[in-house]
Ligand binder design. Structure first.
Ligand code: ZN
Length: 315
């Protein structure tokens, strides 16, 4: 490939009740619900997308909320921790805010960078990392200003059954640079301002199992359809089985499982979230792909009704 991969596009997690999920990511973390749609493979359940104002690539946390489903186990073969980047100096604000909201917070440090470590209501492991790189977010909420707001992903911490093989994929195939070690962490990075720092935690050796509170997959950015196809052949040539291109409405996707068990996706930046909703209306409607529109009434009767905490005052 001419260019290395441009960082993370989105990370998708399995969570519990959709209202608890919305309340946490919107009302506690201050992210915007940029799209409310359904899981195309299970249309009776939601697929929620959270991000900054327009849901820019590198900022999108997506969830499959399955109310009442069994908890998973975070272990090898998945993203173990999802770190978000916040502006330098914002950690004291966040420690106070999270604790006021009843979230237990631990201070951590890797490669000289300070983070707050905590879990979402469904046990998903998250971090807020103070990071200079990455533009400040102009999406503000409650008392969270641009000086504190989440900018996007800081990166991801991978738990892998084969740290060397995963590392080789990152460097030799995807073009990330190996930065070095800090204790049991090995760091890799790409050039992107957001979602560019990948740490492999080599101390985790027990295998994970999907369920509530675990990450399902991590998606990397492709510039457009053509660039995605280039990546698809490049990854196939490196010996991985890659799926056909799938239309996810807001991006196109191909998937492959890396040798350490983590499900990787390559997702296109375009078309993004603005093609079927105006910027000021993002996340307000239940959006369905054309092939599910005929079943809208049925779907609307099945999905659990939810309220976006950002709009509670308007109703
Ligand atoms: Zn995805």
């Amino acid at each position: 490939m001419k260019k290395p991969i441009q960082g993370i596009h989105h990370i998708t997690a399995i969570v519990g009740h959709p209202q608890e999920n919305l309340d946490f990511y919107v009302d506690v973390l201050g992210l915007r619900l940029v799209k409310k749609t359904v899981n195309f493979d299970d249309p009776g359940t939601y697929h929620l997308y959270f991000g900054t104002r327009e849901g820019a690539p590198g900022t999108i946390m997506t969830t499959f909320p399955w109310a009442g489903a069994a908890p998973g186990k975070t272990g090898t073969g998945m993203v173990g921790v999802t770190p978000f980047a916040v502006p330098e100096g914002a950690l004291p604000f966040w420690k106070k805010r999270l604790e006021e909201k009843g979230v237990a917070v631990t201070k951590t440090e890797r490669f000289g960078e300070k983070s707050l470590s905590f879990e979402d209501p469904h046990g998903l492991k998250l971090e807020l990392t103070a990071r200079k790189e990455g533009e400040a977010s102009d999406w503000t909420y409650d008392t969270i200003t641009s000086a504190e707001a989440i900018k996007g992903f800081a990166g991801a911490v991978l738990y892998t059954a084969d740290p060397d093989a995963t590392g080789r994929l990152l460097t030799d195939v995807m073009g990330l640079e190996k930065v070095g070690d800090d204790g049991h962490f090995v760091r890799y990075r790409s050039e992107a301002p957001l979602g560019s720092v990948i740490d492999i935690d080599t101390s985790v050796t027990e295998s994970g199992g999907y369920g509530v509170g675990t990450v399902h997959h991590i998606a990397w950015r492709a510039e457009d359809d053509e660039n995605q196809l280039e990546w698809r052949s490049h990854i196939q040539e490196a010996g991985f089985r890659v799926t056909e291109v799938m239309d996810r409405q807001y991006f196109k996707a191909v998937y492959f499982r890396e040798k350490g068990g983590v499900l990787f996706e390559i997702a296109t930046d375009p078309p993004g979230f603005l093609w079927d909703e105006e910027e000021d209306r993002l996340g307000t409607g239940l959006k369905l792909p054309p092939w599910l529109e005929p079943s809208r009434e049925k779907i609307e009767n099945i999905v659990i009704p939810v309220t976006n905490p950002a709009h509670r005052g308007d109703q």
